[in-house]
Design a protein around this ligand. Sequence first.
Ligand code: 5AD
Ligand code: SF4
Length: 438
Amino acid sequence: MAKRLFVKTYGCQMNVYDSARMADVLAPLGYASADGPEDADMVILNTCHIREKAAEKVFSELGRLKKLQAAKAQAGGRMVLAVAGCVAQAEGEEILRRAPFVDIVLGPQTYHRLPEMVAQAARAGGAVLDTEFPAEPKFDFLPEARAEGSSAFLSVQEGCDKFCTFCVVPYTRGAEYSRPASAVLAEARALAAQGVREITLLGQNVNGWRSDDGWSLGRLLRALAEVEGLERLRYTTSHPRDMDDDLIAAHADLPQLMPFLHLPLQSGSDRILAAMNRGHDRDVYLRLAERLKTARPDLALSSDFITGFPGETDADFAETLDIVRRVGFVQTYSFKYSPRPGTPAALMPNQVPEKVKEERLAELQALLLAQTEDFNRACVGREMRVLLDRPGRHAGQLVGRSPYMQPVHVKAAAHLIGSVVNLRITALHPNSLEAVPT
Ligand code: 5AD
Ligand code: SF4
Protein backbone atom coordinates (compact mmCIF):
# COMPACT_ATOMS: atom_id res chain seq x y z
CA MET A 1 0.00 0.00 0.00
CA ALA A 2 1.18 3.50 -0.78
CA LYS A 3 2.60 5.47 2.08
CA ARG A 4 1.25 8.94 2.70
CA LEU A 5 3.23 12.15 3.09
CA PHE A 6 1.96 15.41 4.56
CA VAL A 7 4.09 18.54 4.24
CA LYS A 8 3.14 21.66 6.17
CA THR A 9 4.78 24.82 4.86
CA TYR A 10 5.51 28.03 6.74
CA GLY A 11 7.00 31.26 5.45
CA CYS A 12 8.11 32.34 2.02
CA GLN A 13 7.54 31.11 -1.53
CA MET A 14 10.95 29.49 -1.51
CA ASN A 15 9.62 27.18 1.19
CA VAL A 16 6.56 26.43 -0.95
CA TYR A 17 8.92 25.44 -3.76
CA ASP A 18 11.13 23.38 -1.43
CA SER A 19 8.09 21.55 -0.02
CA ALA A 20 7.00 20.54 -3.51
CA ARG A 21 10.51 19.35 -4.32
CA MET A 22 10.72 17.30 -1.09
CA ALA A 23 7.51 15.56 -2.18
CA ASP A 24 9.14 14.95 -5.59
CA VAL A 25 12.19 13.42 -3.89
CA LEU A 26 10.04 11.09 -1.78
CA ALA A 27 7.63 10.05 -4.54
CA PRO A 28 9.94 7.26 -5.85
CA LEU A 29 9.92 5.78 -2.33
CA GLY A 30 6.18 5.31 -2.63
CA TYR A 31 4.97 8.39 -0.78
CA ALA A 32 1.74 9.87 -2.14
CA SER A 33 0.29 13.03 -0.66
CA ALA A 34 -1.99 12.93 2.40
CA ASP A 35 -4.79 15.41 3.08
CA GLY A 36 -3.73 16.00 6.65
CA PRO A 37 -1.29 14.79 9.31
CA GLU A 38 -3.92 12.34 10.63
CA ASP A 39 -3.59 10.01 7.63
CA ALA A 40 0.14 10.49 7.13
CA ASP A 41 2.98 7.99 7.53
CA MET A 42 5.42 10.86 7.30
CA VAL A 43 4.97 14.52 8.24
CA ILE A 44 7.42 17.24 7.29
CA LEU A 45 7.22 20.69 8.84
CA ASN A 46 8.98 23.08 6.48
CA THR A 47 9.74 25.94 8.79
CA CYS A 48 10.48 29.67 8.79
CA HIS A 49 12.87 31.50 11.12
CA ILE A 50 12.46 35.05 9.83
CA ARG A 51 10.59 36.42 12.85
CA GLU A 52 10.18 35.08 16.36
CA LYS A 53 6.47 34.40 15.89
CA ALA A 54 7.12 32.23 12.84
CA ALA A 55 9.71 30.16 14.69
CA GLU A 56 7.53 29.67 17.78
CA LYS A 57 4.72 28.11 15.74
CA VAL A 58 6.93 25.11 15.03
CA PHE A 59 7.16 24.03 18.64
CA SER A 60 3.41 24.28 19.22
CA GLU A 61 2.74 22.29 16.04
CA LEU A 62 5.25 19.67 17.18
CA GLY A 63 3.30 19.35 20.44
CA ARG A 64 0.15 18.50 18.47
CA LEU A 65 1.96 16.06 16.18
CA LYS A 66 3.49 14.24 19.13
CA LYS A 67 -0.01 13.10 20.15
CA LEU A 68 -0.86 11.89 16.64
CA GLN A 69 2.46 10.08 16.45
CA ALA A 70 1.82 8.33 19.78
CA ALA A 71 -1.72 7.33 18.74
CA LYS A 72 -0.35 5.89 15.52
CA ALA A 73 2.32 3.90 17.40
CA GLN A 74 -0.31 2.55 19.76
CA ALA A 75 -2.28 1.30 16.77
CA GLY A 76 0.86 -0.54 15.63
CA GLY A 77 1.85 1.97 12.95
CA ARG A 78 4.53 4.61 12.62
CA MET A 79 4.61 8.28 11.77
CA VAL A 80 8.01 9.61 10.71
CA LEU A 81 8.32 13.21 11.81
CA ALA A 82 10.75 15.55 10.06
CA VAL A 83 11.53 19.22 10.65
CA ALA A 84 12.96 20.98 7.60
CA GLY A 85 13.67 24.56 6.57
CA CYS A 86 15.20 27.50 8.37
CA VAL A 87 14.26 26.73 12.00
CA ALA A 88 15.84 23.31 11.48
CA GLN A 89 18.97 24.97 10.09
CA ALA A 90 19.25 27.49 12.92
CA GLU A 91 18.03 25.41 15.86
CA GLY A 92 18.58 21.77 14.87
CA GLU A 93 20.09 20.64 18.17
CA GLU A 94 17.52 22.60 20.16
CA ILE A 95 14.70 20.86 18.29
CA LEU A 96 16.08 17.43 19.11
CA ARG A 97 16.51 18.44 22.74
CA ARG A 98 13.04 19.95 23.13
CA ALA A 99 11.25 17.45 20.88
CA PRO A 100 13.14 14.12 21.08
CA PHE A 101 10.28 12.37 19.26
CA VAL A 102 11.34 14.12 16.01
CA ASP A 103 12.99 11.58 13.68
CA ILE A 104 14.71 13.81 11.12
CA VAL A 105 16.02 17.37 11.20
CA LEU A 106 17.24 18.71 7.87
CA GLY A 107 18.27 22.10 6.51
CA PRO A 108 17.18 23.72 3.24
CA GLN A 109 20.35 22.59 1.44
CA THR A 110 20.21 18.86 2.18
CA TYR A 111 16.76 17.66 1.20
CA HIS A 112 18.07 15.78 -1.83
CA ARG A 113 19.40 13.37 0.81
CA LEU A 114 15.93 12.71 2.27
CA PRO A 115 15.62 9.09 1.03
CA GLU A 116 18.89 8.26 2.81
CA MET A 117 17.71 10.01 5.97
CA VAL A 118 14.38 8.16 5.96
CA ALA A 119 16.22 4.81 5.62
CA GLN A 120 18.64 5.79 8.36
CA ALA A 121 15.86 6.85 10.72
CA ALA A 122 14.10 3.52 10.15
CA ARG A 123 17.29 1.54 10.80
CA ALA A 124 18.76 3.38 13.73
CA GLY A 125 15.58 4.27 15.51
CA GLY A 126 17.41 7.41 16.64
CA ALA A 127 17.15 10.92 15.27
CA VAL A 128 18.97 12.00 12.09
CA LEU A 129 20.35 15.53 11.90
CA ASP A 130 21.65 16.97 8.63
CA THR A 131 22.03 20.74 8.51
CA GLU A 132 25.22 20.86 6.49
CA PHE A 133 25.88 23.24 3.62
CA PRO A 134 27.06 20.48 1.27
CA ALA A 135 29.53 21.15 -1.53
CA GLU A 136 27.21 19.50 -4.06
CA PRO A 137 24.22 21.67 -5.03
CA LYS A 138 21.01 19.80 -4.19
CA PHE A 139 19.56 20.79 -7.58
CA ASP A 140 21.91 18.34 -9.32
CA PHE A 141 20.23 15.49 -7.43
CA LEU A 142 16.56 16.38 -7.60
CA PRO A 143 14.15 14.58 -9.90
CA GLU A 144 12.36 16.58 -12.60
CA ALA A 145 9.84 19.00 -11.10
CA ARG A 146 6.21 17.88 -11.32
CA ALA A 147 3.85 20.68 -12.21
CA GLU A 148 0.46 21.16 -10.62
CA GLY A 149 -1.72 23.59 -12.52
CA SER A 150 -0.79 26.35 -14.89
CA SER A 151 1.42 28.44 -12.64
CA ALA A 152 4.70 27.22 -11.12
CA PHE A 153 7.64 28.38 -9.05
CA LEU A 154 11.16 27.80 -10.30
CA SER A 155 14.06 28.34 -7.91
CA VAL A 156 17.00 29.98 -9.70
CA GLN A 157 18.98 31.51 -6.86
CA GLU A 158 19.40 30.84 -3.18
CA GLY A 159 21.09 32.36 -0.22
CA CYS A 160 22.12 35.87 0.61
CA ASP A 161 25.40 37.76 1.00
CA LYS A 162 23.79 41.10 1.83
CA PHE A 163 23.71 40.70 5.62
CA CYS A 164 20.99 43.17 6.45
CA THR A 165 21.53 43.57 10.18
CA PHE A 166 18.02 42.38 11.13
CA CYS A 167 17.92 39.25 9.00
CA VAL A 168 18.63 35.55 9.62
CA VAL A 169 18.58 34.50 5.97
CA PRO A 170 22.36 34.75 5.33
CA TYR A 171 22.82 32.34 8.25
CA THR A 172 20.00 29.89 7.51
CA ARG A 173 20.23 29.82 3.72
CA GLY A 174 23.94 30.37 3.32
CA ALA A 175 25.92 32.19 0.62
CA GLU A 176 24.44 33.36 -2.67
CA TYR A 177 24.27 30.59 -5.25
CA SER A 178 22.91 30.79 -8.79
CA ARG A 179 21.73 27.78 -10.75
CA PRO A 180 23.22 27.53 -14.25
CA ALA A 181 21.11 29.05 -17.03
CA SER A 182 20.99 25.69 -18.82
CA ALA A 183 19.42 24.00 -15.77
CA VAL A 184 16.89 26.79 -15.35
CA LEU A 185 15.92 26.68 -19.02
CA ALA A 186 15.61 22.89 -18.95
CA GLU A 187 13.33 23.04 -15.89
CA ALA A 188 11.25 25.80 -17.51
CA ARG A 189 10.84 23.76 -20.71
CA ALA A 190 9.82 20.68 -18.70
CA LEU A 191 7.24 22.73 -16.78
CA ALA A 192 5.87 24.30 -19.98
CA ALA A 193 5.56 20.84 -21.52
CA GLN A 194 3.41 19.85 -18.53
CA GLY A 195 1.02 22.74 -19.22
CA VAL A 196 2.56 25.49 -17.12
CA ARG A 197 1.83 28.94 -18.59
CA GLU A 198 3.33 31.14 -15.88
CA ILE A 199 6.64 30.79 -14.08
CA THR A 200 7.76 32.76 -11.06
CA LEU A 201 11.52 32.67 -10.68
CA LEU A 202 12.47 32.42 -7.03
CA GLY A 203 15.48 33.46 -5.05
CA GLN A 204 16.24 35.17 -1.75
CA ASN A 205 18.04 37.69 -3.97
CA VAL A 206 16.61 36.63 -7.28
CA ASN A 207 17.92 39.63 -9.19
CA GLY A 208 21.41 38.87 -7.88
CA TRP A 209 21.29 35.79 -10.14
CA ARG A 210 24.39 35.52 -12.38
CA SER A 211 25.51 32.77 -14.73
CA ASP A 212 29.14 31.66 -14.97
CA ASP A 213 29.47 33.38 -18.31
CA GLY A 214 28.16 36.69 -17.06
CA TRP A 215 24.45 36.58 -17.85
CA SER A 216 22.33 38.57 -15.44
CA LEU A 217 18.64 38.06 -14.68
CA GLY A 218 17.49 40.31 -17.53
CA ARG A 219 19.26 38.04 -20.02
CA LEU A 220 17.79 34.92 -18.42
CA LEU A 221 14.29 36.40 -18.65
CA ARG A 222 14.84 37.13 -22.34
CA ALA A 223 15.79 33.48 -22.89
CA LEU A 224 12.79 32.27 -20.89
CA ALA A 225 10.47 34.48 -22.93
CA GLU A 226 11.42 32.30 -25.94
CA VAL A 227 10.29 29.07 -24.28
CA GLU A 228 7.26 27.77 -26.15
CA GLY A 229 4.08 27.83 -24.09
CA LEU A 230 5.28 30.23 -21.41
CA GLU A 231 3.06 33.27 -21.48
CA ARG A 232 3.93 34.94 -18.20
CA LEU A 233 7.09 35.50 -16.21
CA ARG A 234 7.63 36.88 -12.73
CA TYR A 235 10.54 36.96 -10.32
CA THR A 236 10.79 37.45 -6.59
CA THR A 237 12.33 38.63 -4.22
CA SER A 238 14.54 41.40 -5.55
CA HIS A 239 17.03 43.67 -3.84
CA PRO A 240 17.14 47.33 -4.92
CA ARG A 241 20.95 47.09 -5.19
CA ASP A 242 20.74 44.41 -7.88
CA MET A 243 18.23 46.11 -10.21
CA ASP A 244 20.57 46.60 -13.18
CA ASP A 245 19.92 48.43 -16.46
CA ASP A 246 19.30 45.25 -18.44
CA LEU A 247 16.71 44.01 -15.97
CA ILE A 248 14.88 47.33 -16.08
CA ALA A 249 15.05 47.22 -19.88
CA ALA A 250 13.58 43.71 -19.83
CA HIS A 251 10.46 45.23 -18.26
CA ALA A 252 10.15 47.49 -21.30
CA ASP A 253 10.96 44.80 -23.87
CA LEU A 254 9.20 41.63 -22.69
CA PRO A 255 5.41 41.53 -22.77
CA GLN A 256 5.62 38.18 -20.92
CA LEU A 257 7.18 39.89 -17.92
CA MET A 258 4.30 40.86 -15.63
CA PRO A 259 4.09 44.54 -14.64
CA PHE A 260 4.26 43.73 -10.96
CA LEU A 261 7.43 43.77 -8.91
CA HIS A 262 8.14 42.97 -5.27
CA LEU A 263 10.97 45.30 -4.26
CA PRO A 264 11.42 45.48 -0.48
CA LEU A 265 12.27 48.90 0.93
CA GLN A 266 12.10 48.22 4.72
CA SER A 267 12.39 51.90 5.74
CA GLY A 268 12.27 55.39 4.22
CA SER A 269 14.92 56.87 6.52
CA ASP A 270 18.50 57.09 5.27
CA ARG A 271 19.82 56.76 8.81
CA ILE A 272 17.85 53.54 9.41
CA LEU A 273 18.62 52.14 5.95
CA ALA A 274 22.32 52.58 6.78
CA ALA A 275 21.93 50.93 10.20
CA MET A 276 20.11 48.08 8.44
CA ASN A 277 23.08 47.74 6.05
CA ARG A 278 20.71 47.86 3.09
CA GLY A 279 23.34 49.39 0.82
CA HIS A 280 21.03 52.00 -0.72
CA ASP A 281 19.34 55.19 0.40
CA ARG A 282 15.83 56.52 -0.19
CA ASP A 283 16.91 58.47 -3.23
CA VAL A 284 18.22 55.35 -4.97
CA TYR A 285 14.88 53.67 -4.36
CA LEU A 286 12.85 56.65 -5.57
CA ARG A 287 14.89 56.82 -8.78
CA LEU A 288 14.55 53.07 -9.31
CA ALA A 289 10.78 53.24 -8.95
CA GLU A 290 10.70 56.05 -11.48
CA ARG A 291 12.88 54.23 -14.00
CA LEU A 292 10.81 51.06 -13.69
CA LYS A 293 7.58 52.97 -14.27
CA THR A 294 9.12 54.73 -17.25
CA ALA A 295 10.16 51.35 -18.72
CA ARG A 296 6.72 49.86 -18.09
CA PRO A 297 4.07 52.50 -17.36
CA ASP A 298 1.54 50.00 -16.01
CA LEU A 299 4.05 48.55 -13.53
CA ALA A 300 2.96 48.40 -9.90
CA LEU A 301 5.23 47.87 -6.91
CA SER A 302 4.90 45.67 -3.87
CA SER A 303 7.20 45.94 -0.86
CA ASP A 304 8.20 44.91 2.68
CA PHE A 305 8.55 47.26 5.65
CA ILE A 306 9.80 46.97 9.21
CA THR A 307 8.71 49.35 11.98
CA GLY A 308 10.66 49.94 15.17
CA PHE A 309 14.12 48.93 13.99
CA PRO A 310 16.61 49.79 16.81
CA GLY A 311 17.13 53.55 17.02
CA GLU A 312 14.13 54.43 14.82
CA THR A 313 12.78 57.82 15.91
CA ASP A 314 9.45 59.47 15.13
CA ALA A 315 11.27 61.51 12.48
CA ASP A 316 12.68 58.34 10.86
CA PHE A 317 9.25 56.78 10.84
CA ALA A 318 7.77 59.93 9.28
CA GLU A 319 10.27 59.46 6.43
CA THR A 320 8.89 55.95 5.87
CA LEU A 321 5.33 57.30 5.65
CA ASP A 322 6.57 59.99 3.29
CA ILE A 323 8.29 57.63 0.86
CA VAL A 324 5.27 55.31 0.87
CA ARG A 325 3.10 58.29 -0.16
CA ARG A 326 5.53 59.24 -2.91
CA VAL A 327 6.05 55.80 -4.45
CA GLY A 328 2.61 54.25 -3.95
CA PHE A 329 2.50 50.50 -3.34
CA VAL A 330 -0.28 48.17 -4.41
CA GLN A 331 0.54 45.27 -2.12
CA THR A 332 2.77 45.12 0.92
CA TYR A 333 3.96 43.11 3.87
CA SER A 334 4.86 45.02 7.01
CA PHE A 335 6.16 43.79 10.31
CA LYS A 336 7.28 44.93 13.73
CA TYR A 337 11.01 44.56 14.12
CA SER A 338 11.72 41.19 15.75
CA PRO A 339 15.20 40.75 17.27
CA ARG A 340 16.70 37.53 15.95
CA PRO A 341 19.43 35.70 17.85
CA GLY A 342 22.81 35.96 16.12
CA THR A 343 21.99 39.04 14.03
CA PRO A 344 23.79 42.36 14.67
CA ALA A 345 20.62 44.43 15.17
CA ALA A 346 19.52 42.23 18.08
CA LEU A 347 22.50 43.58 20.03
CA MET A 348 22.07 47.25 19.08
CA PRO A 349 21.29 49.73 21.83
CA ASN A 350 18.10 51.80 21.58
CA GLN A 351 15.74 48.89 21.03
CA VAL A 352 12.32 50.39 20.43
CA PRO A 353 9.57 49.55 22.95
CA GLU A 354 7.02 47.01 21.74
CA LYS A 355 4.17 49.49 22.10
CA VAL A 356 5.86 52.05 19.83
CA LYS A 357 6.61 49.36 17.21
CA GLU A 358 2.94 48.40 17.30
CA GLU A 359 1.62 51.95 17.03
CA ARG A 360 3.88 52.70 14.08
CA LEU A 361 2.94 49.45 12.41
CA ALA A 362 -0.77 50.25 12.76
CA GLU A 363 -0.27 53.73 11.28
CA LEU A 364 1.84 52.40 8.40
CA GLN A 365 -0.58 49.57 7.68
CA ALA A 366 -3.54 51.97 7.54
CA LEU A 367 -1.73 53.98 4.87
CA LEU A 368 -0.62 50.88 2.94
CA LEU A 369 -4.10 49.38 3.07
CA ALA A 370 -5.63 52.58 1.73
CA GLN A 371 -3.17 52.48 -1.20
CA THR A 372 -4.02 48.84 -1.95
CA GLU A 373 -7.73 49.62 -1.82
CA ASP A 374 -7.34 52.65 -4.07
CA PHE A 375 -5.50 50.54 -6.60
CA ASN A 376 -8.06 47.74 -6.51
CA ARG A 377 -10.91 50.22 -6.91
CA ALA A 378 -9.17 51.80 -9.88
CA CYS A 379 -9.04 48.36 -11.53
CA VAL A 380 -12.83 48.30 -11.93
CA GLY A 381 -13.63 49.12 -15.54
CA ARG A 382 -10.15 48.17 -16.74
CA GLU A 383 -9.39 45.38 -19.18
CA MET A 384 -6.86 42.84 -17.98
CA ARG A 385 -5.27 39.63 -19.18
CA VAL A 386 -6.10 36.95 -16.63
CA LEU A 387 -4.57 33.48 -16.32
CA LEU A 388 -7.50 31.22 -15.43
CA ASP A 389 -6.10 28.52 -13.20
CA ARG A 390 -8.87 26.81 -11.24
CA PRO A 391 -12.62 26.30 -10.84
CA GLY A 392 -14.41 28.82 -8.63
CA ARG A 393 -16.63 28.08 -5.65
CA HIS A 394 -19.82 28.41 -7.70
CA ALA A 395 -20.83 26.27 -10.66
CA GLY A 396 -19.76 27.68 -14.02
CA GLN A 397 -17.23 30.00 -12.42
CA LEU A 398 -13.47 30.08 -12.85
CA VAL A 399 -10.80 31.89 -10.85
CA GLY A 400 -7.59 33.34 -12.19
CA ARG A 401 -4.87 35.86 -11.45
CA SER A 402 -4.54 39.34 -12.85
CA PRO A 403 -1.09 40.64 -13.81
CA TYR A 404 -1.02 42.14 -10.30
CA MET A 405 -1.74 38.79 -8.60
CA GLN A 406 -5.30 39.78 -7.70
CA PRO A 407 -7.72 36.82 -7.73
CA VAL A 408 -10.33 37.37 -10.48
CA HIS A 409 -13.68 35.53 -10.74
CA VAL A 410 -15.44 35.07 -14.06
CA LYS A 411 -18.25 32.95 -15.48
CA ALA A 412 -16.45 30.82 -18.06
CA ALA A 413 -16.29 27.28 -19.42
CA ALA A 414 -14.04 24.81 -17.61
CA HIS A 415 -11.97 24.08 -20.72
CA LEU A 416 -10.52 27.59 -20.39
CA ILE A 417 -8.53 26.58 -17.32
CA GLY A 418 -4.89 27.09 -18.20
CA SER A 419 -5.47 29.90 -20.66
CA VAL A 420 -4.84 33.61 -20.50
CA VAL A 421 -7.97 35.54 -21.47
CA ASN A 422 -8.98 39.16 -21.87
CA LEU A 423 -11.44 40.22 -19.19
CA ARG A 424 -13.11 43.44 -18.16
CA ILE A 425 -13.21 44.00 -14.40
CA THR A 426 -16.76 44.79 -13.31
CA ALA A 427 -16.73 44.74 -9.52
CA LEU A 428 -14.56 44.74 -6.45
CA HIS A 429 -15.11 42.21 -3.63
CA PRO A 430 -13.26 42.12 -0.29
CA ASN A 431 -10.57 39.72 -1.52
CA SER A 432 -11.06 39.50 -5.24
CA LEU A 433 -12.20 41.14 -8.45
CA GLU A 434 -15.14 40.10 -10.61
CA ALA A 435 -14.94 40.19 -14.38
CA VAL A 436 -16.69 39.45 -17.65
CA PRO A 437 -15.18 38.32 -20.95
CA THR A 438 -14.53 41.22 -23.32
N1 5AD B 1 12.01 41.51 12.08
C1 5AD B 1 10.95 41.92 11.36
N2 5AD B 1 10.83 41.71 10.04
C2 5AD B 1 11.83 41.05 9.42
N3 5AD B 1 12.00 40.70 8.13
C3 5AD B 1 13.18 40.05 8.02
N4 5AD B 1 13.77 39.97 9.22
C4 5AD B 1 12.96 40.59 10.11
C5 5AD B 1 13.04 40.85 11.49
N5 5AD B 1 14.08 40.47 12.21
C6 5AD B 1 11.06 41.04 7.08
C7 5AD B 1 11.70 41.95 6.03
C8 5AD B 1 11.87 41.03 4.86
C9 5AD B 1 10.69 40.09 5.03
C10 5AD B 1 10.78 38.82 4.29
O1 5AD B 1 10.63 39.86 6.42
O2 5AD B 1 10.80 43.00 5.73
O3 5AD B 1 11.85 41.70 3.61
FE1 SF4 C 1 17.65 39.18 4.55
FE2 SF4 C 1 18.62 41.48 3.57
FE3 SF4 C 1 19.36 39.13 2.48
FE4 SF4 C 1 16.85 40.05 2.13
S1 SF4 C 1 18.74 41.02 1.37
S2 SF4 C 1 17.46 37.95 2.69
S3 SF4 C 1 16.46 41.06 4.10
S4 SF4 C 1 19.82 39.83 4.55
